[in-house]
Write a protein of this length. Structure first.
Length: 449
């Protein structure tokens, strides 16, 4: 037994050292994403794998069919997660019937989809339902009003469905929010060049490389460059890389208290600033979300102040705690409470506000706190944490920086994926453990500052 314990301890140490070494070796480089045609092929292959999970998903929740009806520009929230890559919006009226792949529909396309603007779409749907005879039909009409991903059936479309279909089918309608949530959140993984995770990791590395460049002397001239300049540089860089985003990047500066100068532009980056960026990109039907910190050196060779390094270390510790307690099946609210209790035990002050990520930036699944609701969230915080999904571990420590004499937030955000082998969460690319450095530049402006 003693030998077994010692071997386990040794293995734990080796795994820790391996993780530390891997983190220390991170040197992000820009990765070329596939051309648009190849992207579409990849996305369609990933969608096919997701659609293959539908029969088991429906049977797990005791339904025989899942009906989605939508019109052009009034799509169901789930539409993005099953449409072909070359389809951007629903057309006319698009009706999709997902089924459990049994009875009369065994071997049929899944979903069966009609695109029509005439009443014939309902006639055809009625005919299929008569042959299939489903006992329960799920629709996306969330009764709580809190879950957007299972509430995609628009009010007018709901009325049209109820009016057009035989009453016996309408009487079999049911709403089970987790069907849409599990379907939308599902990540198909894959480490090879055809894999979803492979390209998601490449996207994350590109974001890290962008931040490395954006928070460098190439882009920032202290005393001249504004935070807005850097934000728009990020946007232009995305455009040049043939990716887009789901939110405009934000760059914020923090610094020691000083006497304000009349007419001074507070968006101008100065030596001694701590910079924060919140940035994400969109490509291949996926989204990223990242927050990093940088320090603007005041002289050549200056090190990051110890107080700033400690604030980042505490944020890293909060990340460790979040992943430790973030177990499959727990609710987001429970994870939040457990992390907060351990933070209090360790004397850490901060906020936790993690969210699922994937087809959407703020994707389907349980949230772990909101930045302004640290008591937890009703309904969407009571959902279970799902395996085979991805999360943005978003949080901030709050720390009194001795060198500055003020308490500031140290905001961090990194994406994690579900690792099937270890049945745990792993960083998609890595996490920030050292500040980006904007090196000192001996310009006349800096010398004056």
């Amino acid at each position: 037994m003693a030998t077994m314990v010692s071997l386990r301890a040794l293995l734990a140490v080796l795994l820790t050292l391996t993780a530390v070494a891997a983190q220390a070796s991170l040197s992000p480089q820009y990765k070329r994403l596939p051309d648009l045609r190849h992207r579409a092929e990849l996305e369609n292959a990933w969608t096919a794998k997701r659609l293959a999970t539908v029969p088991k998903l429906l049977k797990r929740y005791g339904v025989d069919a899942w009906l989605i009806s939508q019109r052009e520009y009034a799509e169901d929230t789930a539409f993005r997660s099953y449409k072909p890559a070359t389809t951007f919006y629903a057309r006319r009226r698009t009706v999709s019937l997902f089924h459990a792949n049994d009875s009369s529909l065994a071997g049929s396309p899944n979903p069966i989809t009609w695109i029509d603007i005439t009443p014939e779409v309902w006639t055809d749907l009625d005919r299929v339902l008569e042959a299939y005879e489903p006992d329960r039909i799920a629709i996306n009409d969330d009764p709580t009003g809190h879950i957007a991903f299972s509430d995609g059936l628009h009010s007018g479309e709901r009325k049209a469905v109820i009016k057009a279909l035989d009453k016996k089918w309408v009487d079999r309608f049911t709403t089970i929010p987790l069907i849409a949530i599990e379907f939308i959140s599902y990540r198909v993984g894959g480490e090879g060049p055809e894999g979803q995770l492979f390209w998601y990791r490449a996207m994350m590395e590109n974001v890290w490389a962008m931040i490395d460049e954006g928070f460098s002397n190439r882009i920032v001239t202290p005393g001249l460059t504004t935070t807005t300049d850097v934000e728009w540089w990020f946007r232009e860089k995305m455009d040049n890389m043939n990716v887009t985003t789901w939110f405009h990047p934000s760059v914020t500066r923090y610094r020691a208290p000083m006497v304000d100068m009349a007419g001074h532009d507070h968006s101008i980056i100065q030596p001694g600033d701590m910079l924060h960026v919140d940035i994400g990109i969109t490509a291949l039907g996926m989204n990223t979300d990242t927050q990093h910190l940088a320090y603007v050196a005041r002289w050549d060779g200056e090190h990051v102040p110890d107080g700033l390094k400690e604030g980042l270390r505490l944020a890293n510790r909060m990340q460790d705690l979040t992943l430790e307690y973030m177990e499959e099946g727990k609710t987001g609210n429970l994870v939040l409470r457990e992390v907060q209790e351990q933070m209090a035990h360790e004397g850490i002050v901060g906020k936790v506000y993690c969210h699922p990520i994937g087809d959407y930036g703020h994707a389907a699944g349980s949230v772990i706190g909101f930045v302004d609701h640290q008591e937890g969230m009703p309904v969407i915080g009571d959902l279970p944490i799902l395996a085979h999904s991805a999360y943005s571990i978003e949080l901030s420590s709050s720390y009194l920086v001795d060198e500055w004499g003020i308490e500031i937030p140290f905001q961090q955000e990194e994406d994690v994926h579900w690792d099937e082998d270890s049945e745990s969460w792993k960083w998609v690319y890595g996490r920030q453990e050292k500040f980006h450095i904007v090196k000192w530049q001996p310009t006349l402006v800096n010398q004056a500052v």
